[in-house]
Design a protein around this ligand. Sequence first.
Ligand code: PRP
Ligand code: MN
Ligand code: MG
Length: 176
Amino acid sequence: PRLAGRALKRVAFSEAQIAARVAELGREITAFYPDDDLLVLGLLKGSFIFLSDLVRQIARPLHVDFLVASSYGDATVSSGTVRLLYDPETELEGKHILLVEDIVDSGRTLQKLVELLGDRRPKSLEICALLHKHIATHLDHPVRFVGFDAPEEFLVGYGLDHAEHFRHVPYVASLQ
Ligand code: PRP
Ligand code: MN
Ligand code: MG
Protein backbone atom coordinates (compact mmCIF):
# COMPACT_ATOMS: atom_id res chain seq x y z
CA PRO A 1 0.00 0.00 0.00
CA ARG A 2 1.11 3.55 -0.70
CA LEU A 3 -0.20 6.24 1.59
CA ALA A 4 0.80 9.87 1.96
CA GLY A 5 3.50 9.38 -0.63
CA ARG A 6 5.40 6.86 1.47
CA ALA A 7 5.53 3.17 0.76
CA LEU A 8 5.50 0.46 3.35
CA LYS A 9 8.58 -1.70 2.87
CA ARG A 10 7.57 -5.06 4.29
CA VAL A 11 5.13 -6.67 6.68
CA ALA A 12 6.93 -7.23 9.97
CA PHE A 13 4.02 -8.88 11.82
CA SER A 14 0.90 -10.06 10.00
CA GLU A 15 -2.69 -9.81 11.22
CA ALA A 16 -2.72 -13.55 11.95
CA GLN A 17 0.57 -13.44 13.86
CA ILE A 18 -0.65 -10.51 15.93
CA ALA A 19 -4.03 -12.10 16.69
CA ALA A 20 -2.39 -15.34 17.86
CA ARG A 21 0.11 -13.54 20.09
CA VAL A 22 -2.51 -11.19 21.55
CA ALA A 23 -4.62 -14.21 22.52
CA GLU A 24 -1.59 -15.72 24.30
CA LEU A 25 -0.88 -12.46 26.11
CA GLY A 26 -4.51 -12.35 27.23
CA ARG A 27 -4.21 -15.82 28.72
CA GLU A 28 -0.91 -14.90 30.46
CA ILE A 29 -2.42 -11.75 31.94
CA THR A 30 -5.59 -13.56 33.02
CA ALA A 31 -3.47 -16.10 34.91
CA PHE A 32 -1.09 -13.50 36.38
CA TYR A 33 -3.50 -11.42 38.49
CA PRO A 34 -5.04 -12.96 41.62
CA ASP A 35 -7.38 -10.16 42.76
CA ASP A 36 -10.20 -8.38 41.01
CA ASP A 37 -9.05 -4.74 41.01
CA LEU A 38 -7.17 -4.64 37.73
CA LEU A 39 -6.94 -1.34 35.87
CA VAL A 40 -5.75 -1.61 32.28
CA LEU A 41 -4.25 1.73 31.35
CA GLY A 42 -3.76 2.29 27.65
CA LEU A 43 -1.19 4.82 26.49
CA LEU A 44 -2.69 6.81 23.63
CA LYS A 45 -2.57 7.13 20.88
CA GLY A 46 -0.37 4.22 19.83
CA SER A 47 -1.97 1.52 21.96
CA PHE A 48 -5.58 2.02 20.95
CA ILE A 49 -5.91 -0.97 18.63
CA PHE A 50 -3.70 -3.29 20.66
CA LEU A 51 -5.57 -2.41 23.86
CA SER A 52 -8.98 -3.01 22.33
CA ASP A 53 -7.92 -6.44 21.03
CA LEU A 54 -6.05 -7.33 24.23
CA VAL A 55 -8.79 -6.59 26.77
CA ARG A 56 -11.17 -8.86 24.86
CA GLN A 57 -8.70 -11.70 25.50
CA ILE A 58 -8.51 -11.10 29.27
CA ALA A 59 -11.05 -13.32 31.04
CA ARG A 60 -11.34 -11.55 34.41
CA PRO A 61 -12.95 -8.36 35.72
CA LEU A 62 -11.06 -5.20 34.83
CA HIS A 63 -11.44 -1.49 34.32
CA VAL A 64 -10.05 0.50 31.41
CA ASP A 65 -8.65 4.01 31.38
CA PHE A 66 -6.19 5.93 29.26
CA LEU A 67 -3.16 8.15 29.40
CA VAL A 68 -2.19 10.40 26.53
CA ALA A 69 1.48 11.10 26.00
CA SER A 70 3.55 12.06 23.01
CA SER A 71 7.25 12.45 22.29
CA TYR A 72 7.68 11.72 18.57
CA GLY A 73 5.29 14.20 16.98
CA ASP A 74 5.98 14.04 13.24
CA ALA A 75 9.54 12.76 13.60
CA THR A 76 11.01 9.27 13.42
CA VAL A 77 13.34 10.08 16.31
CA SER A 78 12.09 10.72 19.84
CA SER A 79 12.15 14.39 20.86
CA GLY A 80 13.32 13.22 24.29
CA THR A 81 10.52 15.12 25.98
CA VAL A 82 7.50 13.09 26.94
CA ARG A 83 4.44 15.30 27.23
CA LEU A 84 1.45 14.04 29.21
CA LEU A 85 -1.61 15.41 27.46
CA TYR A 86 -4.30 13.61 29.46
CA ASP A 87 -4.16 12.19 32.95
CA PRO A 88 -6.63 9.48 34.03
CA GLU A 89 -9.31 10.54 36.47
CA THR A 90 -9.46 7.07 37.97
CA GLU A 91 -7.88 6.68 41.42
CA LEU A 92 -4.70 4.65 40.94
CA GLU A 93 -3.76 4.13 44.59
CA GLY A 94 -4.15 0.51 45.69
CA LYS A 95 -4.96 -0.77 42.20
CA HIS A 96 -3.14 -3.31 40.09
CA ILE A 97 -2.16 -1.27 37.05
CA LEU A 98 -1.31 -2.82 33.71
CA LEU A 99 0.14 -0.14 31.45
CA VAL A 100 -0.36 -1.04 27.80
CA GLU A 101 2.09 0.30 25.21
CA ASP A 102 2.30 -0.40 21.50
CA ILE A 103 6.09 -0.24 21.33
CA VAL A 104 9.11 0.28 23.55
CA ASP A 105 11.72 1.98 21.38
CA SER A 106 14.20 4.25 23.17
CA GLY A 107 12.33 3.51 26.43
CA ARG A 108 11.98 7.20 27.30
CA THR A 109 8.20 7.17 27.28
CA LEU A 110 8.04 4.18 29.56
CA GLN A 111 10.68 5.49 31.93
CA LYS A 112 8.77 8.72 32.38
CA LEU A 113 5.40 7.04 32.84
CA VAL A 114 6.69 4.47 35.32
CA GLU A 115 8.01 7.33 37.47
CA LEU A 116 4.75 9.20 37.17
CA LEU A 117 2.51 6.22 37.91
CA GLY A 118 4.74 4.95 40.72
CA ASP A 119 4.08 8.23 42.57
CA ARG A 120 0.35 7.37 42.63
CA ARG A 121 1.04 4.35 44.85
CA PRO A 122 -0.57 1.54 42.87
CA LYS A 123 -0.67 -1.94 44.44
CA SER A 124 1.36 -3.17 41.48
CA LEU A 125 2.55 -1.76 38.18
CA GLU A 126 3.30 -3.98 35.19
CA ILE A 127 3.89 -3.15 31.56
CA CYS A 128 2.50 -4.92 28.52
CA ALA A 129 4.02 -3.89 25.19
CA LEU A 130 3.13 -5.41 21.84
CA LEU A 131 6.59 -4.64 20.48
CA HIS A 132 9.93 -4.25 22.22
CA LYS A 133 13.13 -3.22 20.43
CA HIS A 134 15.36 -4.10 23.40
CA ILE A 135 17.60 -1.11 22.79
CA ALA A 136 16.55 0.62 26.01
CA THR A 137 19.10 -0.46 28.60
CA HIS A 138 18.29 2.08 31.30
CA LEU A 139 14.76 0.93 32.15
CA ASP A 140 14.20 0.68 35.92
CA HIS A 141 11.13 -1.40 35.36
CA PRO A 142 11.11 -4.64 33.36
CA VAL A 143 8.44 -5.05 30.69
CA ARG A 144 6.66 -8.15 32.00
CA PHE A 145 4.48 -8.90 28.98
CA VAL A 146 6.02 -8.53 25.51
CA GLY A 147 4.25 -9.48 22.31
CA PHE A 148 7.20 -9.55 19.95
CA ASP A 149 10.86 -8.61 19.90
CA ALA A 150 10.91 -5.89 17.26
CA PRO A 151 13.49 -5.21 14.56
CA GLU A 152 15.38 -1.91 14.62
CA GLU A 153 13.28 -0.32 11.93
CA PHE A 154 10.66 2.40 12.10
CA LEU A 155 7.42 0.43 12.42
CA VAL A 156 3.89 1.54 11.61
CA GLY A 157 0.40 0.06 11.57
CA TYR A 158 -1.85 -1.59 14.18
CA GLY A 159 -1.94 1.75 16.01
CA LEU A 160 1.63 2.86 15.34
CA ASP A 161 2.01 6.00 13.26
CA HIS A 162 4.43 8.05 11.28
CA ALA A 163 3.26 11.67 11.49
CA GLU A 164 -0.24 10.30 12.29
CA HIS A 165 -0.39 8.16 9.15
CA PHE A 166 -0.76 4.35 9.00
CA ARG A 167 -2.42 3.80 12.41
CA HIS A 168 -5.33 2.00 10.71
CA VAL A 169 -3.16 -0.47 8.78
CA PRO A 170 -4.20 -3.85 10.24
CA TYR A 171 -0.66 -5.31 10.41
CA VAL A 172 2.73 -3.98 11.51
CA ALA A 173 5.03 -2.90 8.69
CA SER A 174 8.35 -1.14 8.36
CA LEU A 175 8.66 2.18 6.58
CA GLN A 176 10.83 2.43 3.53
C1 PRP B 1 5.40 6.25 20.39
C2 PRP B 1 4.93 4.88 20.81
C3 PRP B 1 5.40 4.75 22.24
C4 PRP B 1 6.68 5.55 22.24
C5 PRP B 1 7.85 4.63 22.17
O1 PRP B 1 4.49 7.21 20.85
O2 PRP B 1 3.51 4.80 20.75
O3 PRP B 1 4.49 5.33 23.13
O4 PRP B 1 6.65 6.40 21.07
O5 PRP B 1 9.05 5.34 21.98
P1 PRP B 1 10.19 5.49 23.09
O6 PRP B 1 10.39 4.15 23.74
O7 PRP B 1 11.37 5.90 22.26
O8 PRP B 1 9.77 6.54 24.07
P2 PRP B 1 4.44 8.71 20.23
O9 PRP B 1 5.23 9.63 21.08
O10 PRP B 1 4.79 8.65 18.80
O11 PRP B 1 2.91 9.09 20.42
P3 PRP B 1 1.66 8.27 19.82
O12 PRP B 1 1.46 7.06 20.69
O13 PRP B 1 0.52 9.21 19.93
O14 PRP B 1 2.01 7.91 18.41
MN1 MN C 1 2.75 6.16 22.10
MG1 MG D 1 3.74 8.20 17.32
